[in-house]
Design a protein around this ligand. Structure first.
Ligand code: CMC
Length: 435
């Protein structure tokens, strides 16, 4: 295609404009020249929820939602889940290339050197109510890390930036396991870096009086695969939050805490917890038709279904379903799987879901596995946040190195009152319409 441009005729003025098209995109700022006169601000686009707006250029993750394709740095997610460890994928996301054996050893060592947290962090944990939601605890303690590392504000300097990145990746499982133990009323377990990323996390979660928690290799590998699948997902809500807050040059702990806040929402990472609650509520396969009827009437949502960009089967859900079978051979079958499988079967054949291209997403089956592994539902989103931290940091790093980026600051279309004069208190009537 030679003529990579768009010609626009402004019918208000009969003027014609030609805008360049690059990577199938026009620059929104090129529209600003389209004006009705010198006083006119210029044309803008209106795009609530960024339905059709690219906010950045990124080389981290490729996603084709219509064809159900997900790749990190060009590598298909299926191949990474099959062949890699989580920290190997973390290296890929942060550095852009897969590590050699020596690079991976050095990276494992570097990350695992940062799994310890300051003893005062435990006091923070202790301050939370016994039934505090672990996502609230994780969000707050990650934010609190910024007070432990004030030098992190020098993150524009590459050596400092790398230190903050490995610190966050290293400390996340420690904070997550402490949030878990706090909930259970159990003492925190000191990290043991030589166990490796996932097994150390499992030890910190489940160790009791034995010297080491004996991690079942199938469960440990399943957790590793789940971490790989959740590590990045291009410009999702929490990553967009990471980039928006990061663009204000907030320090990486405050910025990551903001991303965790976004992830906790039930339409985003919080959906895995909601799926479990929904399956509990449905209770048995016989109750599915009544539940589906409520969904079709718009009274409920089928949690774990639908996605802003996938209009096909989420490739992560396919891998998770397979992983579930392996986990259940060890733990015994979670009876909720029968309800989930039947829900999926009905939904994939029902006109309502077919017409809207609603397929199971990553959250539909993950909670069933997590529950079988011994996690309570309120911990599920934390299990999403640990690996997603890597994706957030890869995207944050990219943002900081991108000369196109500035502080994130969208425009608005003002629809409020026109200028009016102040009304003294005694002359005001009831004006609730404006509240
Ligand atoms: N159950 C029933 N109807 C649905 C669902 C659902 N889960 N998702 C979308 N729809 C309907 C929606 O009501 C709308 O119907 P209509 O055209 O008649 O108004 C249509 O499908 C299009 O939906 P939308 O709300 O415009 O789509 P969106 O891109 O704004 O929302 C979503 C995407 C993920 C927020 C939404 O599908 C949803 O709420 N799903 C349930 C929550 C969930 O599983 N979230 C996890 C997402 S994947 C992992 C992650 O991001 O963390």
């Amino acid at each position: 295609m030679d003529n990579q441009s768009l010609t626009i005729i402004d019918n208000r003025t009969d003027k014609t404009y030609t805008l360049p098209i690059t990577n199938g995109t026009i620059r929104a700022m090129d529209l600003r020249q389209i004006k009705t006169g010198a006083e006119d601000f210029g044309l803008m686009t209106y795009d609530p929820a960024f339905m059709n707006t690219a906010s950045c250029q990124s080389a981290v993750t490729y996603l084709d939602g219509d064809r159900g394709i997900l790749r990190y740095r060009g590598y298909p997610i299926e191949q990474l889940a099959e062949n890699c460890t989580f920290l190997e994928v973390a290296y890929l996301l942060i550095h852009g290339e897969l590590p050699t054996a020596a690079e991976l050893d050095a990276w494992n060592e570097e990350v695992m050197r940062h799994v310890l947290v300051h003893e005062n962090v435990k006091k923070f944990m202790d301050g939370f109510h016994h039934d505090a939601h672990p996502m609230g605890i994780l969000m707050s303690t990650v934010a609190a890390l910024s007070t432990f590392y004030p030098e992190a504000k020098h993150f524009k300097e590459p050596v400092s930036r790398r230190l903050q990145i490995v610190r966050l990746i290293g400390k996340m499982p420690t904070l997550a396991s402490y949030a878990f133990r706090h909930r259970m009323g159990m003492p925190y377990v000191f990290p043991e870096p030589e166990l490796g990323y996932t097994k150390n996390y499992m030890n910190m979660l489940w160790k009791r009086t034995e010297p080491h928690y004996a991690a079942n290799p199938v469960i440990a590998r399943a957790l590793e695969v789940l971490f790989i699948l959740h590590a990045d997902h291009e410009q999702n809500c929490s990553t967009n939050t990471m980039r928006a807050v990061g663009s204000a040059m907030a320090d990486p702990y405050a910025t990551t805490a903001a991303a965790i806040a976004a992830l906790s929402g039930p339409l985003h990472g919080g959906a895995n917890e909601e799926v479990l609650r929904m399956l509990d509520e449905i209770g048995s396969v016989d109750h599915i038709p009544a539940f589906i009827a409520q969904v079709k009437e718009g009274k409920r949502k089928l949690m774990g279904f639908g996605h802003r960009v996938y209009k096909n089967y989420d490739p992560r859900a396919r891998i998770i379903k397979r992983t579930a079978d392996e986990v259940f051979q060890v733990t015994g079958r979670n009876p909720k799987l029968d309800i989930a499988v039947e829900l999926e079967k009905i939904a994939l054949n029902d006109e309502y879901f077919v017409k809207r291209k609603l397929y199971p997403n990553v959250d539909f089956y993950s909670g069933i596995i997590y529950q079988a592994m011994g996690f309570t539902p309120d911990h599920f989103t934390v299990l999403f946040g640990i690996p997603r931290t890597v994706g957030w940091l890869a995207q944050w790093q990219e943002l900081l190195q991108d000369p196109d980026q500035k502080i994130a600051r969208p425009r608005q279309i003002y629809i409020g009152a026109d200028k009016r004069d102040f009304v003294p208190m005694e002359q005001r009537g009831a004006q609730l319409a404006h509240v």
